[in-house]
Design a protein around this ligand. Structure first.
Ligand SMILES: [Zn+2]
Length: 83
């Protein structure tokens, strides 16, 4: 399952490979919406700022911060982030 995040980035859910549709370097990190507490893995181009991300749960923009918990992307069990 791949969800769009505000039309900017995409998230992973499960082991599905996401498709970043441009050649920009991208960043994967766990983020949390401080508005509603929803956390998810955000994949977005490095040039995208956190405040540009939209929460997939409450659809607010500007409340997303990194949790800093995702340091080893390859070692993450993506399934745990699926609802
Ligand atoms: Zn939210």
């Amino acid at each position: 399952m791949v969800k769009r995040i505000g039309g900017i980035g995409k998230m992973w859910c499960g082991a599905k490979v996401i498709n970043i549709d441009d050649a920009l370097p991208h960043k994967v990190s766990e983020v949390i919406c401080v508005k509603c507490g929803h956390r998810w893995l955000a994949v977005r181009p490095e040039t995208t700022r956190l405040k540009e991300l939209e929460c997939p749960e409450c659809h607010r923009q500007g409340f997303v911060i990194e949790t800093g918990e995702t340091n080893n992307v390859g070692g993450v069990d993506w399934e745990q982030w699926c609802d």
